[in-house]
Design a protein. Structure first.
Length: 103
């Protein structure tokens, strides 16, 4: 079965190296495709571009449950996600983000 994702860490590393996936490239794509008002990407892999954690705030998440939000993000980053080892998005609406920041 072919999913488009890298099957081994070595393969993922090779794909990530050749595709130049960086926190800033992920942030740019999410901002453009999801009209995100806030995107914070953290490289959890120590700089090799294999594991990222993201905080994403977008009005497109309104009235969507967590699964639908993740699907929206994964769709926007389909090619990038296929090239990395680990991806953890945390998705918030602008209202949810404001409440979180106020706490």
């Amino acid at each position: 079965m072919t999913t488009g994702a890298a099957e081994t860490d070595t393969q993922a590393s090779s794909v990530a190296d050749s595709s130049n996936i960086t926190p800033s490239s992920l942030e740019k794509t999410l901002t453009e495709k999801l009209n995100a008002s806030h995107v914070d990407i953290e490289d959890m892999s120590g700089g090799c571009g294999q594991a990222f954690q993201a905080m994403i705030v977008s009005p497109q998440f309104e009235k969507k449950n967590s699964l639908a939000r993740h699907r929206l993000v994964n769709s926007a980053l389909k090619e990038e996600i296929a090239a990395i080892h680990a991806w953890t998005p945390k998705c918030f609406t602008p209202e949810e983000w404001e409440k979180r920041q106020a706490q």
